[in-house]
Design a protein around this ligand. Sequence first.
Ligand code: PMV
Length: 393
Amino acid sequence: MERERAGKMEITTRAPGKIILAGEHAVVHGYTAVASSIDLYTVVSLRLSTEDEDTIKLQLNDIGLDFSWPIERIKEVLSHLGSPFSSTPTTCSLETVKSLTALVDEQSFPETRIGLASGVCAFLWLYTSILGFKPATVIVSSDLPVGAGLGSSAAYCVALSAALLAFSDSVKLDVNQKGWLMFEETEVELLNKWAFEGEKIIHGRPSGVDNSVSTFGNVIKFKSGNMTRINCNMPLRMLITNTKVGRDTKALVANVSARKSRHPDAMCSVLNAIESISDEWSTIIQSHAVDDLSLSTNEEKLGELMEMNQGLLLSLGVSHASIEIVLQTTMKYKLASKLTGAGGGGCVLTLLPTQLSGAVVDKLVEELESYGYQCFTAGIGGKGVQISFDGSS
Ligand code: PMV
């Protein structure tokens, strides 16, 4: 393979997290969402081992979990597939998910970490499908809180797919270049499709918005699997509050679907209203404000859209007491907020208008942190997935 021929045995990739500015949940049902990358990353480094080593290792650094599978054991468990190796993205069947889960269970997964087992299954599926049974060590570390609505699973699948594809013949980057490099357009489309297959193992029925924004970066509009890139022409400052209340995206998405089948007409109106909010978001952020007054008018409109979106998310049943506390707190400062991601806890976005003073933000953060929440501001709309060959020969 290309990388091995060039004597490069180790590469590093990174993929950003995301915030959904408008349209979460609605996007699962074919309505529009607007999402943006943030400058918090998941980093994957992949080191090929010499052929005489016979294990595939995975180290999840932030949660202190290490896995090691003898290659023969993986081959045995996946024997019903012949070879899982595939040059085009393929969906992991339910039968194979079960086989992979058995492999993960053999590694005495700690009870408290059971929710992460599907992420390890996704690793095994992507690894064997893209690289077959080559021995290697994969190390994952991340700035992103897990299961908080900032797209940690998508960033993991994207960075992982990128690292695996870098050792396949599908990626043709020049290994002698320095620094963080972008992939070619066709490569990036391929790796996004693989990442989506990984997300399906973790989330069941993801819309694809998370992996797309992590792959392509910037701000995107997403509807029915189709992505449009958006030029954001206004400065956007968001405070992100992590309530630290854990939740399960798969279960929340399933609850919304169940509510939709119980009340199809009412839910259709709610989802249509959310779509109008997403469309208006995208129009406003693409417009050029000619002066400070029109900028603050646009900021006010975005704040109202966030409040309306949050109200509709509440009616979908995905808010949470912890989210409501953040909303009430920011309302005291006349600031608009909404949950981001699946809800049920996780993170809340608060729009920080350009004219807002640092002292007010500090006071707000202090109040929110007194509830045990964690606040941070993240850069919005940076680059998508990248690769580095530095120090890898
Ligand atoms: O909370 P997260 O990062 O898993 O985001 C989920 C976003 C949803 O719209 C609720 C689901 C999806 O697949 O788009």
